[in-house]
Design a protein around this ligand. Structure first.
Ligand code: GLV
Ligand code: MN
Ligand code: MN
Ligand code: MN
Length: 413
């Protein structure tokens, strides 16, 4: 057996090939979960695996596993991977980098004729982004809990498509994949990802060793007033849902992030129900993405958001309701694996730093059932969830080398 090595040209070529699936005119990708583009990407990955003798498998939520057998195939496998779905106007590296690097690790092991003590599998988790169907991380969440929540079956995407139908069609699009149980014992999970923020680039450090992920909550807000004539309704008679939303949000923007540098507050979607130029809006619906490394602070901020919006609504003769649609508590990764990752970076002579992830990832859920860790590489200007997202080729390759070295140290221990 020779020393397993990343084939940089092959790996970068794969990144290009997958970036063509759902390519957008501005250089990004639109490969929404369970869409025809997502299915094409899954098929390509499955076919590439089959060409190397790695069998594909799918579970009931369409997580795709590409398996390279080990010496003792009855032992729990090491999983490495990420996701292939993207934001509507996403970048070509978010998810694809880690998934294709995981596949490259399998190929590098195969090229070297390496016999691993147990199987190693590359995984592409279903709907990490949560931009087609909410919540995000559906695949890893279902894997970790061993079940698909009942309410997901009736979910509709922003385009009106039914989640259950698209899931079924996606499963059927890969009939050759073996059926896997939802959730099975694994020895460890490693995920390579772009940082999606500026710190590695600004400090000129090629590798981030991710200690944990901050908590995220998604809230759906409805502010309801009364539709009335724009020209005839005097101020005192208005129950203007827009005025209430603007006042409430103005206060939240002023109070949350400016007072806590670690807090993140984003209103990414806002709709005026039955909007008309000349009618007072009856209903405003919007989403809130709230993040913080501490659960207690998330609780406090959510309470503050509820009371601020209720107060703003009442002040305008309106009512507000707030529904939590997603709750990911902060996560701390396995200290044992982090040690292994540090050893791997040292062995490659790559400078690294420990850091927290601002974005959520499938690793958050997998960490509930097995030792898990993540590796970050820098992205240009820290930009992600944007078609201009870019990773320098040698930094992408360094990430894949780090994933390979980390996988080998995990297999050895
Ligand atoms: C997912 O990509 C997120 O962190 O929003
Ligand atoms: Mn991602
Ligand atoms: Mn993303
Ligand atoms: Mn993410």
């Amino acid at each position: 057996m020779s020393e397993p090595r990343i084939d940089a040209e092959r790996f970068l070529g794969r990144l290009d090939a997958f970036a063509r699936i759902g390519a957008t005119p501005k250089g990004g990708v639109n490969r929404q979960a369970l869409s025809p583009e997502d299915r094409r990407a899954r098929r390509l990955l499955a076919e590439l695996g089959q060409a190397r003798g790695f069998g594909p498998g799918q579970d009931a939520i369409a997580n795709l596993f590409i398996r390279r057998e080990g010496k003792d195939n009855s032992r729990p496998r090491v999983l490495i991977g990420s996701h292939l779905d993207s934001q509507l106007t996403g970048g070509r590296f978010d998810g694809a980098l880690g998934t294709l690097a995981a596949f490259e690790v399998l190929e590098a092991l195969e090229d070297a004729g390496a016999e691993t003590p147990f199987p190693v599998e590359a995984v592409a988790w279903t709907n990490e982004e949560g931009s087609h169907y909410q919540p995000g991380c559906m695949g890893s969440m279902a894997f970790a809990s061993g079940s698909i929540p009942e309410q997901w079956t009736s979910l509709r995407g922003h385009d009106g498509s039914l989640f259950a139908d698209e899931l079924q069609a996606t499963l059927e699009a890969l009939p050759e994949a073996a059926t896997r149980p939802l959730g099975f014992p694994i020895a460890a999970y490693l995920e390579l990802h772009i940082e999606q923020g500026p710190s590695l680039e600004s400090e000129n450090i090629p590798i981030g060793i991710v200690e944990g992920i901050q908590g995220t909550r998604w809230l759906e807000v409805e502010i309801t007033g009364q539709s009335a004539h724009a020209g005839t309704t005097a101020l005192g008679l208005r129950r203007d849902a827009m005025a209430a939303a603007v006042r409430g949000l103005d206060r939240l923007y002023a109070e949350i992030m400016p007072r806590d540098a670690r807090a993140r507050f984003t209103v990414g979607r806002l709709a005026v129900e039955r909007g008309a130029v000349n009618a007072i809006p009856e209903k405003i619906c919007f989403t809130i993405d709230l993040r913080h490394p501490e659960s207690a602070v998330l609780d406090r901020l959510e309470t503050f958001i509820r009371s601020t919006l209720a107060e703003a609504a009442a002040g305008c003769g309106c009512a507000s309701t707030l529904r939590r649609t997603f709750d990911m508590p902060p996560t701390v990764f396995s200290s044992l694996l982090l040690e292994r990752l540090n050893e791997a970076a040292d062995s490659l002579g790559l400078a690294s730093k420990s850091m927290l992830s601002g974005a959520f990832h499938d690793a958050l859920f997998v960490n509930r059932v097995a030792p898990t860790a993540m590796i970050f590489v820098p992205c240009r200007d820290g930009l992600s969830h944007n078609e201009a997202e870019y990773v320098e080729p040698d930094q992408a390759v360094a990430g894949a080398q780090m994933l390979l070295a980390s996988t080998l140290t995990v297999l050895d221990n």
